[in-house]
Design a protein around this ligand. Structure first.
Ligand code: FIX
Ligand code: ZN
Length: 460
């Protein structure tokens, strides 16, 4: 309870009272524009790479996994993945939304998305046909802009993979367009017409952390580069410049070793020579490129790839594992002037990484990733981060693969972040600290993107 003298001060100064907090925080969080610092979205100008609409929402890998938990045994993975996307979506709708109550986070997410897009009447009838027709009548570019507006996402960062030909074909003319002096030839670059205020880029480098020299050397060969670490550096420098990347990024493999925990080369080339190790690829390729271009490195730890290979066609076979934090610790120690952004998939890792976040000035903790992107976990993890890190972290990223998912992922995250913040502000106010609406706005802005911008801009 506030003392009478505190309440009087509140009235005189325009500071907030404890009773004001829930409403002020909720309004501020729900109206704040966010920066979504990791997604798998693409601009409409990249055509078939952009996923959007009801069939993509329903066949998203979270829901495909949930479908197989309850689907009849005679619908095999193989039979399901040989169907068209609409047929798959029909089955998922029937089994998860009509025969059962759609109560899981991913299921409610589809409904929140439809509701926020204004389709309440169509939800009530539980009839997929009219919902499908509504999406078919949307223009992809206008729809994407509408989604940004409804979800109040200022911009999203894409994931751009220079090792993936489907993606590179949107940026350079040919799979064999050469890299000369760390650049593509101007004539080989495809014009980019997408809205650069809405879509930013990130250079994805997973094969380096996987020690996957086969993938890397195939790409070097195609671009006329020597199959050496220097060739690999030129490859990344050229692609960072094509994308104008904000940062380098990777998800680590399940067993990820670095220096003393590195288990050695992952293979040999045709002549029997061992591939470079992940440690060599990190220390001699990824770090030098990051240093030279002044780019941070974002990493995601704790995915266990291909746990259920039957679900791999939709990208849904991956599990979660408690990750070893030693590689990140080592990188932060070895390279104090390189900035690292990190997120961990397992709930078990969260406390440990919060403490690491306090100790390294070059480390920024971000988001509740994938299996943590559930309201109860977001609320508890955000509370722990507020308690240990103040507002020097980024509370969430969407990881959206389907454009429309921005709507629900941000709506649901905002609700959980509000709950965590209200509790923390109430603790603060019990001390008699005077808080203004402007203070709340600044703090919320930090958690939803401002802390990321501050970290990216700070000099080390
Ligand atoms: O590695 C990643 O960036 C992951 O986010 C994905 O691999 C994963 O499929 C996903 O979309 C999780 O939300
Ligand atoms: Zn991702």
């Amino acid at each position: 309870m506030l003392s009478p003298s505190h309440s009087a001060t509140v009235q005189q100064t325009g500071c907030l009272s404890a009773e004001d907090i829930p409403l002020v925080v909720s309004e501020t969080v729900s109206s704040c524009q966010v920066i979504d610092l990791h997604t798998h979205l693409f601009p409409p100008s990249h055509g078939d790479l952009l996923s959007w609409g009801i069939d993509d929402l329903l066949t998203y890998h979270y829901l495909v996994s949930e479908f197989f938990m309850v689907a009849p045994g005679d619908i095999t993975h193989q039979a399901f993945f040989s169907m068209t996307k609409s047929e798959q979506a029909d089955l998922i709708w029937e089994f998860l939304f009509r025969r059962r109550t759609p109560i899981s986070e991913a299921q409610i997410g589809v409904l929140t998305t439809l509701q926020k897009l204004g389709l309440d009447d169509l939800i009530r009838n539980k009839d997929l046909g009219p919902i499908r027709s509504w999406f078919q009548n949307q223009n992809p570019s206008e729809h994407a802009e509408n989604v940004f507006r409804i979800s109040k996402v200022k911009y999203c960062v894409m994931t751009n993979i220079p090792f993936d030909e489907r993606e590179t074909s949107k940026w350079v003319r040919d799979t064999t367009s050469p890299i000369v002096n760390e650049k593509f030839l101007a004539d080989d670059l495809l014009p980019q017409t997408y809205d650069k205020e809405r879509f930013k880029t990130a250079l994805r480098v997973d094969p380096l952390l996987n020690g996957d020299w086969e993938t890397i050397s195939n790409c070097l060969e195609q671009r006329g580069l020597p199959l050496t670490l220097e060739g690999a550096r030129s490859f990344l420098v050229a692609w960072a410049s094509v994308y104008q990347a904000e940062y380098l990024m990777a998800s680590t493999p399940e067993i990820f070793g670095y220096h003393e925990t590195d288990t050695g080369p992952k293979g040999k080339d045709k002549s029997g020579k061992s591939w470079p190790t992940a440690t060599e690829l990190i220390d001699q390729v990824m770090i030098p490129v990051a240093k030279r271009l002044g780019l941070p490195i974002a990493m995601k730890f704790g995915a266990c790839r291909g746990m259920q290979p039957g679900l791999d066609p939709c990208g849904g076979g991956d599990g979660v594992t408690v990750a070893d934090t030693r590689p990140l610790k080592k990188m932060c120690q070895l390279y104090p002037r390189v900035k690292f952004l990190a997120t961990f998939l397992s709930k078990v890792n969260q406390h440990e990484i919060c403490v690491m976040g306090q100790k390294f000035r070059n480390l920024h903790i971000y988001g509740c990733w994938w299996y943590l992107n559930n309201p109860s976990m977001i609320e508890s993890i955000t509370r722990m981060r507020l308690e240990l890190l103040g507002t020097a972290f980024t509370s969430q990223h969407s990881d959206a693969r389907i454009m429309d998912q921005l709507v629900y992922k941000w709506e649901h995250s905002r609700r959980s972040i509000t709950k965590a913040l209200v509790k923390q502000f109430q603790q603060l106010m019990m001390t008699g600290w005077m808080l203004t609406k402007e203070d709340v706005e600044k703090d919320v802005e930090r958690l939803l993107g401002g802390a990321y911008t501050e970290f990216m801009e700070k000099k080390l």
